[in-house]
Design a protein. Structure first.
Length: 158
């Protein structure tokens, strides 16, 4: 169910660019599902759904290079979020923002390796700011969703 939701969110995101002049900036709607799964279940389930979503959406809507960019971003993002989640001082907002930023850094590393890092330096501030803002939004949505889901099931929210 969560994989289907992530694929649908990825499809919706592909339809509507957030900033048409700057490619690659998205709201992270599909990442909402990944962070939600990470908090409801575990990082392992989130990673499986993330990889499957990237491959499915990549083959349906994109190309192999976009799959490579997305996998790099997801791997770095999930790794950092998993590490930060173990530290009690980080809230869902901080973890999600770090995930958004690291997702973009992962993609920038791939772009830099393919095109040269000088070619992407101008792009970095835009993507990092977008990752931070999208992460904040996703963190808020996950917090509200988890609280509501846990209240329905009788578990304590966070």
């Amino acid at each position: 169910m969560f994989l289907a939701l992530a694929v649908i969110m990825g499809y919706l995101e592909a339809l509507v660019p957030v900033v048409p002049m700057i490619p690659g900036i998205k709201l992270g709607l599909a990442n909402f599902v990944i962070v939600l799964v990470m908090y409801l279940f575990s990082i392992r389930e989130a990673a499986v759904i993330s990889v499957l979503r990237i491959i499915l959406v990549g083959f349906l809507l994109s190309n192999m290079s976009m799959i490579l960019y997305s996998l790099a971003g997801a791997a770095l993002s999930l790794t950092v979020m998993a590490l930060l989640k173990r530290i009690p001082y980080f809230s869902i907002y901080g973890i999600s923002m770090a995930g958004g930023i690291m997702h973009n850094i992962g993609q920038l590393l791939v772009a830099g390796a393919l095109m040269g890092f000088q070619a992407i330096l101008w792009y970095m501030p835009f993507l990092l700011m977008a990752g931070m803002l999208a992460g904040l939004l996703i963190g808020f949505l996950v917090r509200v969703s988890c609280s509501r889901l846990k209240s329905i099931t009788g578990e304590r929210g966070f």
